[in-house]
Ligand binder design. Sequence first.
Ligand code: SF4
Length: 272
Amino acid sequence: MALELPTSLSPSKVSTFTDCALAFRFSSIDRLAEPPSAPATKGTLVHAALELLFCLPAAERTVPAALTALDQAMDSLRDDPDFTGLELDAAAEAKFLDDAERLVRRYFDLEDPTTITPIGLELKLEATVGDLRLRGIIDRLELDADGGLVVTDYKTGRVPMQNHEQGKLGGVHFYALLCERLFGQRPAKVQLLYLSEPLAIITVPTEQSIRGLERKVTAIWSAVERACAAEDFRPKPSRLCDWCAFQAYCPAFGGNPDDAKAPLADLVASPG
Ligand code: SF4
């Protein structure tokens, strides 16, 4: 029996399928829960703080205001399972908050937020390419001085090695494609702001880059359809396995993908 197709593709799903088809199946088809991770939750916190900062009038977007926004975002996050599930002790929580503050402060080394004219924050976009539904969330959409659209994506992880840079930009071209489809206008610029360095990776989407991305997601969707029909999602071991939450079900680590349909707790604690 064929596996059920996912309802859409997003930049993270494209990236997961490209990195390892089996991990894609576990997350997007079996929809296995992944435990919270400190880097991901920290990223959520910093994104929320910058969103709050850009809700302020331009002249008020200062470093102290950003730190107040960080406190507010942390208050909202404190009871969230993505934070409580980390089970941080006092020292680990202090480091978590210090790291988040450092990322927020470094944002100001990349640009002056008082000069930005946002027209959308955490924008959920959806468009279709053929039968395929594409979905993405744009951290910030703004207008440049000439009225062109600028897409900004904040990154709280490490800057990619040069040979992975285009792969990371693929996500931003994905957003450019969504903008073009929905607003009828190709963005003038797309940028990844790596807060940890800090470093901005900027690109100008072209007809060629957007059509290339369209071809890529169409090809990936066809591969997903074939894999679902044949129930054939293969593991692709790499250094990413070290962070994979699905090792228990992965043949590369002695697991059985079919066990993913049963909760892990049932496998390790059989009754009686
Ligand atoms: S452990 Fe590695 S090979 Fe297995 S599913 Fe995860 S990423 Fe893929």
